[in-house]
Design a binder for this molecule. Structure first.
Ligand code: ATP
Ligand code: MG
Length: 254
C-alpha cells in the first residue's frame, strides 16, 4: 500500500503497514496484530506524541541501562517488525545484548527474527535457549543464560504482564515501553515508558548520545503512570468541549 506523506495519519499508517509486512514475513504472531491495535488506541488517546512523563522515563531508563553490568534488550515479533534498526542503534550505543524472546514462541519465528538482525550484521541471542525464567510455562520461560537469565537490567518493550512479573521476581530491574498505562506490565515494571516504541527508541538514542539533556532525580514510576493517566483525562476533557471541530489528531497540542 502506498501512503501519501501528506496523509494526516501517515506515521500511524506506515507503522500498521510494517506490522502487516512483518506478519506476512512470519515475524509477527496473530496476537501481535491485536496488540498493535491496542497500542494504536492508546497512542490516539495520548495524542501521538512524546509527553513529559515519557521523556522523564526515557531519561531514567538510559541512565539505568548505562549503569548496568549486563543489560539485555528483549525483542519480540512486533518490536522486530517495527524497529529493528532503532533496536540495533540503541543496543550499540548502550552496550546491550539483544535476545529474541517470544510470548508465542515457535522456533521458526525466533529464527526469522534473528535473521532480520543477522542480515544487518548483528548477532542476537535466543535461538539456543539454555535456561528458564522460573514461574512460567515451558515455551514462555525459555531464555539464555548469557542473556536474559543473567541480566541485571532488561528492556522489554510490548511485554506481557505475567512475564514482566516473573522477571521482577527474579530480582531484575525491568524497563518497559507500553502505550497503555493501565496494563499489568505498565504497573509491574520498574520504569514504564508510556510512548510509542519507535518514538521512544529514537529519543533514548538521543539521550544516550547527549546525557546533559536529561536531569532526573528521585524517579517514581507510580508518579509517571499517574501523569500519563491525568494527561489522557485532561486531554479528553479539552476535546469534549468541541468534539467535532478539534479533530483528534490534527491538533497535536490538544
Ligand atoms: P498486560 O499483559 O501487561 O496487561 P495486555 O495483555 O493488554 O498487557 P499485551 O498484548 O500483553 O497487552 O502487550 C502489548 C502491549 O503493548 C499493550 O499494552 C499495547 O498497548 C502496547 N503496544 C502495542 N504496540 C505498541 C507500540 N508500537 N508502542 C508502544 N506500546 C505498544
Ligand atoms: Mg498480556
Amino acid at each position: 500500500m502506498v501512503v501519501p506523506k501528506s496523509h494526516p495519519r501517515y506515521e500511524s499508517l506506515m507503522k500498521r503497514e510494517r506490522i502487516i509486512e512483518g506478519f506476512k514475513k512470519g515475524l509477527v504472531a496473530y496476537a501481535g496484530l491485536i496488540a498493535h491495535g491496542r497500542g494504536e488506541t492508546f497512542d490516539y488517546l495520548i495524542g501521538e506524541r512524546t509527553c513529559e512523563f515519557a521523556r522523564i522515563a526515557e531519561c531514567e531508563a538510559v541512565k539505568r541501562i548505562k549503569a548496568a553490568k549486563n543489560p539485555v534488550f528483549s525483542v519480540n515479533g512486533n518490536v522486530a517488525a517495527l524497529a529493528v534498526d532503532e533496536v540495533i542503534a540503541l543496543a550499540r550505543i548502550l552496550n546491550m545484548k539483544i535476545e529474541v524472546n517470544l510470548f508465542y514462541r515457535t522456533e521458526e519465528r525466533v529464527r526469522k527474527i534473528a535473521e532480520e538482525f543477522r542480515a544487518r550484521g548483528v548477532e542476537v541471542l535466543g535461538e539456543a535457549p539454555d535456561a528458564k525464567i522460573p514461574g512460567l510455562d515451558h515455551a514462555r520461560a525459555l531464555c539464555t543464560r548469557e542473556g536474559i537469565y543473567s541480566a541485571d537490567v532488561v528492556l522489554v518493550p510490548l511485554e506481557d504482564g505475567d512475564r514482566t512479573q516473573a522477571l521482577r521476581n527474579m530480582g531484575k530491574f525491568v524497563i518497559t515501553i507500553d502505550l497503555n498505562p493501565m496494563s499489568r506490565t505498565a504497573k509491574t515494571a520498574d520504569i514504564t515508558i508510556v510512548d510509542e516504541l519507535t518514538r521512544a527508541l529514537a529519543n533514548m538514542v538521543k539521550y544516550a548520545e547527549n546525557p546533559d539533556s536529561c536531569n532526573t532525580t528521585n524517579y517514581d514510576n507510580n508518579e509517571i503512570l499517574a501523569m500519563a493517566l491525568k494527561h489522557i483525562k485532561e486531554r479528553l476533557e479539552r476535546l469534549a468541549q468541541s468534539p467535532s471541530s478539534s479533530g483528534l489528531n490534527t491538533n497535536p497540542q490538544l
